[in-house]
Design a binder for this molecule. Structure first.
Ligand code: UD1
Ligand code: CA
Length: 462
């Protein structure tokens, strides 16, 4: 039995992207395009994957790591030249090689499997994955003879008028007999409009040698969308978004407005969770079951247990335990760890702080660099003063404490369990258990004060 191998082409700069970032590293729903391709390829279980890198080689290798082998293409002389760089790693092996461009993020493992199956059924040396495009602009055209047999692929820039009118396009995916591929690649020249060594020329070369060349047309053109510029990047993102959102809906997540729910590829969501419109769920975010994510929320790399309620809030690298809720208009910053059944209300910010079960931070508070126990009431407008202009300090509040409204907790300070802070206090010293700290000037009333006012002489004023 012969093996399966894959070559991913990812060495191009991506001139048409007009970007400092190498094309295949541009993200579609939070994941680099080349990572999307590799993720699908991995599901076909190849024995060896070689990614051809050039522009941004280090960045691509860092991203994909040990999931792939690499071949370095020093100068980008064309897709045929690119595949040839993998010869040292693959050339001697017997088997089938899938070649795929790194800028086609929507292709799926199922389609690759269909291509493999068709290739084997036809006994072909090369099989092209094609698609029908209503607008074939920019793609290589599949040229068939009168009998419908594939003759060659012609690039847009080399096409005659008749050839350019063909709407069957090359998706940039092929299945080859491995050794036949590398032999033919040595015969590819760069005598064409772009002066490049085209991988696509291998088709005609094999045909001329009397080899069987096949073409498998996939019904879904969208899957083969190649991203060469930002317009296509946006189209790919839209299509990927639909695919991701459909997956979540089929798995039992309610999306009120799937068109405006932006959910990254790696995000996980439990069933019976409801996601409103205008929601962004990014990075490695994980959401449990029976949660509610209200409109205008953004969650980045955050973890929510079950039954968590988020209303119009922003979470970054934060965690919320079961039954907790937040919002509207609050912000959890990195290392905000919110306990079970905690209530964070509106206009609150929490950063690098742990908040114990059932504690309430209802309104207009900043909790930074602090450890709060359970069952605490943090009054309206409480500020954890954590910064002296140079250093950050940490405060602790014990369970069952009560912090009156508009108090400042000046770190480093420790409030014991069952302690009380009078409203408006500025706490700079530790508070023992069951004590009430009052740290503000006592109120004095100046009686009959009004008589001192010139106004008091005015008989009209009383
Ligand atoms: C290519 C195909 C075209 C097909 C289209 C599908 C060729 C000659 N043309 O055109 O028939 O319809 O893909 O999307 O193959 N790359 C390298 N090294 C190079 C050149 C390119 O690694 O020297 C990589 C790029 O990074 C990219 C991929 O190969 O990931 C395709 O290159 P690109 O320039 O985008 O080819 P297209 O013009 O889209
Ligand atoms: Ca392309």
């Amino acid at each position: 039995m012969s093996g399966r191998y894959t070559v991913i082409l990812a060495a191009g700069q991506g001139t048409r992207m007009k970007s400092k970032l190498y094309k295949v590293l541009h993200r579609v729903c939070g994941r680099a395009m080349v990572d999307h391709v590799l993720t699908q390829v991995e599901q076909t279980n190849p024995e060896k994957i070689v990614t051809v890198v050039g522009h941004g080689a280090e960045a691509v290798e860092e991203l994909l790591g040990a999931r792939s082998d690499y071949a370095f293409q020093e100068a980008q002389l064309g897709t045929g030249h690119a595949v040839l760089q993998a010869e040292a790693k693959l050339g001697a092996l017997a088997g089938m090689t899938l070649v795929v461009n790194g800028d086609t993020p929507l292709l799926t493992a199922q389609t690759f499997e269909k291509l493999y199956a068709y290739h084997q059924a036809k006994g072909a040396k090369a099989t092209i994955l094609t698609a029908h495009a209503s607008d074939p602009t920019g793609y290589g055209r599949i040229i068939r003879n009168e009998l419908g047999i594939v003759e060659k692929i012609v690039e847009q820039k080399d096409a005659t008028k008749e050839e350019a009118a063909v709407t069957e396009i090359n998706t940039g995916v092929y299945c080859f007999d491995n050794q036949t591929l590398f032999k033919a690649l040595h015969q590819v020249t760069n005598h064409n409009a772009q002066g490049e060594y085209y991988l696509t020329d291998v088709i005609q070369i094999l045909k001329d040698q009397g080899e069987i060349v096949a073409a498998y047309q996939t019904p879904d053109f969208n899957e083969s969308l190649g991203v060469n510029d930002r317009v296509a990047l946006a189209q790919a993102t839209k299509l990927m978004q639909r695919r991701i959102n459909e997956g979540h809906m089929r798995a039992g997540v309610t999306l009120i407005d799937p068109e405006t729910a932006h959910i990254d590829a790696d995000v996980q969501i439990g069933n019976d969770t409801i996601i409103e419109g205008q929601v962004n769920l990014k990075g490695q975010t994980v959401i449990g079951s029976d949660c509610y994510i209200g409109a205008n929320s953004e969650l980045n790399d955050s973890r929510l247990a079950d039954h968590v309620h988020v209303t119009s809030s922003t979470l970054e690298q934060a965690q919320m335990a079961a039954g907790s809720d937040i919002g509207p208009n609050s912000h959890l910053r990195p290392q905000a760890i919110i306990g079970a059944d905690v209530h964070i209300g509106n206009f609150c910010e929490v950063k690098n702080a742990t908040i114990g079960a059932r504690t309430k931070v209802g309104h207009l508070s900043y909790v930074g660099d602090a450890t709060l126990g359970s069952d605490i009431n943090v009054g309206c407008g409480v500020v954890f003063v954590n910064y002296d202009g140079v250093h950050k300090f940490h405060s602790e509040v014990g369970s069952h404490s009560f912090i009156g409204s508009n108090s400042n907790i000046v770190a480093p300070v420790k409030l014991a369990d069952h302690s009380f802070v009078a409203a408006g206090s500025t706490i700079t010293d530790d508070v023992p258990t069951r004590a009430l700290a009052i740290a503000r000037a006592r109120q004095t009333n100046k009686n009959d004060y009004w008589q001192k006012l010139p106004l008091a002489q005015d008989p009209e004023w009383h």
